[in-house]
Design a protein. Structure first.
Length: 386
């Protein structure tokens, strides 16, 4: 059989692309995506830049919008550089990065896992704004040697936009990079990552309120009459900041309670039975042993299935003496066996990756400890959030 095309193999292992996005390439093995909303903001930038293009290069007609769109592309390439710096720093600390997405309000880097130390959090966050500021500063001397015209306008815009993006992103409030810098500082000082997230979240909410008042600041302080687009953008930015900060705070409160979710404490006592034993006999033995779950084992004693509680309850009493217990058991596939010592966030991630009603818990030596029911995890999780 011919070898598989390596490009097809790579495509098959790549995670599914989020809906509403287009893949435009890769940086350091990380997919670069753009959302459909990007085309809207690019068109908006093209329209807003058209009068400036007319001043710099009169007589272009409709081509002035093409020039404005080209400027939007150049601007977002610098945003991509900002996000790529986040990705490379995260990879430096051993965190997988699944994608970089360019969207309506800039970009986002999807980093898997959380920083393990305040130092990691600081450098992964701060490298983005520093990159933008560096690009802006490098563009300033370039402006002086660039001839008048559209190219000089692009360099001017590139310098200004990157300096603004870099400085604005250092504002201490989530979901901005400066919020993560504040989080790392509070985390380092208090030793508590959740306190850091909550402090940065409140900072983000404050910034959201200030963003909402930007048009008022323009009119009363700068003495500039705000346009409709200024009101619209201030509202969108305020909503983005408020929802992002609130989501981070809620996540912090949840994560603070996660360590109390311990698989070993939630496990049901388990009875191991041969897979060909009648259901009625398996239930009788489980009741006699005071077991809350049943695991089927092979003739060699290896666990091969977990009896599904719903399937068992749905089996009529009169049929149970004639049915093998394997008929109401789910085969133990990859992901359905968990270490008995698993706790907190690791436990939640494990059952999210492989959804099921029951999981087999085993000790380090491979011996059966018990069965963990998802319903019991959900109940414990709910009780800790009341």
């Amino acid at each position: 059989m011919p070898d598989q095309d390596p490009r097809l193999a790579e495509e098959s292992t790549r995670p599914p692309r989020p809906p509403g996005t287009l893949r435009v390439g890769q940086i350091a093995g990380v997919d670069v995506l753009i959302t459909t909303s990007w085309f809207f903001i690019a068109a908006l930038i093209a329209v807003l830049m058209a009068p400036r293009v007319d001043q710099v290069e009169p007589g272009l007609g409709g081509w002035k919008y093409v020039a404005g769109f080209a400027f939007a592309v150049v601007l977002y390439l610098s945003v991509l550089l900002h996000e790529a710096s986040h990705a490379l720093m995260a990879q430096h600390y051993g965190h997988p990065v699944s994608s970089i997405t360019l969207h309506f309000l800039g970009g986002a880097t999807m980093i898997e896992g959380e920083a393990r130390r305040p130092r990691e959090e600081f450098w992964i966050a701060v490298v983005g704004p520093l990159t933008s500021i560096a690009v802006g500063l490098l563009a300033i001397p370039l402006w002086f040697v660039t001839p008048d015209g559209l190219l000089r306008m692009a360099v001017e815009g590139l310098a200004g936009a990157n300096l603004i993006v870099g400085v604005m992103n250092l504002i201490p409030g989530l979901p901005l990079d400066g919020g993560r810098v504040l989080k790392s500082a509070v985390w380092g000082a208090s030793g508590n990552v959740h306190k850091g997230t909550l402090a940065a979240g409140w900072g983000g909410r404050l910034v959201a309120v200030l963003a909402l008042g930007w048009p008022l600041f323009m009119r009363s302080v700068l003495e500039v009459q705000p346009r409709l687009v200024d009101y619209l953008l201030s509202f969108v930015v305020a909503v983005f900041l408020w929802t992002g900060a609130t989501a981070s705070m809620q996540s912090a409160r949840l994560r603070r309670r996660l360590p109390s979710i311990v698989a070993r404490k939630l496990a049901r006592r388990t009875l191991a039975v041969p897979d060909d034993l009648p259901v009625a006999e398996a239930v009788r033995r489980a009741q006699e042993a005071g077991a809350g779950s049943i695991v089927t084992v092979s003739t060699a004693g290896s666990p091969i299935g977990i009896v599904n509680e719903s399937a068992l309850l749905a089996t009529p009493e009169e049929r149970r003496p004639w049915m093998a217990v394997s008929t109401v058991a789910r085969s133990i596939e990859d992901g359905l066996t968990l270490p008995a010592s698993i706790v907190g966030e690791d436990l939640i991630k494990a059952i999210t990756r492989k959804p099921a009603h029951e999981y087999l818990l085993v000790e380090e030596d491979g011996s059966i400890y018990g069965v963990l029911a998802t319903a019991d995890v959900d109940k414990a999780f709910s009780e800790r959030h009341q």
